[in-house]
Design a protein around this ligand. Sequence first.
Ligand code: SAH
Ligand code: SF4
Ligand code: F3S
Length: 452
Amino acid sequence: MSDTSIRNGEFQLQAGTFCLAVWGCQMNVYDTGRIRDLLLSRGYAEVQDPAAASVVVLVTCAVRAKAENKVFNQIAAWKHEGKVTERTVVALGGCVGTELGQKIIDMDQGVSVVFSPMTIHRLPDLIELYRQTGRPVCDVDALSMDKFDELPLSGKRGASAFVTIMEGCSNKCTYCIVPYTRGQEQSRRVEDILKECREYLQNGAQEIHLLGQNVNSFRGLSADGTECSFPELLYEVASLDGVGRIRFTTSNPMDFSDELVQAVHDIPIIADAVHVPVQSGSDRILKLMHRRYTAKSYLELVEKLRTARRSVRISSDFIVGFPGESAEDFEATMDLVRAVKFDQSFSFIYSKRPGTPAAEYPDDVSAHEKKQRLYALQDLLEQCAREYSDGYLNTEQEVLVEGLSSRDRSELKARSSANRVTVFKGSPDLIGKMVKVRITKVLAHTLRGELI
Ligand code: SAH
Ligand code: SF4
Ligand code: F3S
């Protein structure tokens, strides 16, 4: 289907109930929030149980094969449990939508509507088209930025609001599918971003979390027609009324500029946790990955950031077992982890993605060896994060209260500047507020505290 064949609002809707499920990165979570706003604005009601939904919307990730498989396993499980029946409209989007497109319908797994991150604004009409014709529809696109202009904004988010500032990626790291699923990098207009931030802040958000696959290369048009860089955008967001904290994800080390380091120094409400994925500590592997920095230049960046702000905590992503990664290459990654002392990080075994250059690279490392490397890396990363956590004992932390603790509903769950989940006793009135707590206990993945 051509991407212009359906206009938003074209159909009179039967509406009904919808249930949302999301996998993948924060950009998918952001898209899901906008889909919720859209469906609610078109008369749908949200339910949590797929059994009660007339439409099940799945927003998926394609970055690793495992992520991709999860969604199909989920549909099969719901069908098996009778939660999804012949009458349920199953709509599947997110990055797998772009990646597989029409193939999803051809797989005959019960999916009736396929959409992509760029066509979420047409979802209600795609559902309606399917309902009226009985023919499955596929509307995927990886180019258009129309969704931002066409989607309604409810303004309602929790204590922390994701705001996508750019779509796509033009870096073409050799292992990565994102440039194919979300298209070339495009930045949103500065005024639109600020307007969206203001809406969330006026509706009670305290924290703005700016999103892009590589926020450092943001180049958005300002109202006066000039280009705005990412550090310039940060100063603008920091000056908005009511913003208590700013986070940003993700920063490619390649273009983490001195201006951005300066912004981290100048803007105290930028969180201490800064995510800068390094992927590998071996220059040979980094080159094969087409990541344009070296272990040495990464270490220099870390030094600059720590000079700009002593309390900064750097987290990262790692790929283990990239094709041809030798024991020495892996050791270079371990050395880099020891040298940097990363905070809470993510690590994955390399997953071959169809259509990416690395999928063709020879790979002589066994699956067993890759797993051993992953475990060793994860142990070391865990140790580093634990040392930072231990350092928070008896300190005072400013935390943003996100809601009730899921373990004990009489307690509150909050998040510190360094991205530590912190649990403490307090009144639900504090939800959405920034408060000070003293840390009384350090657990494996959480801190416990007392309200000061
Ligand atoms: N734009 C971000 C990363 C987005 S994808 C950046 O460049 O930093 C999130 C993470 O998934 C990546 O940092 C990488 O560690 C991991 N990843 C991406 N493709 C992968 C693949 N083919 N196999 C395993 N991990 C992968
Ligand atoms: Fe993928 Fe590289 Fe772009 Fe990140 S920078 S999304 S890893 S291509
Ligand atoms: Fe996954 Fe797409 Fe995000 S592939 S990591 S959901 S950009």
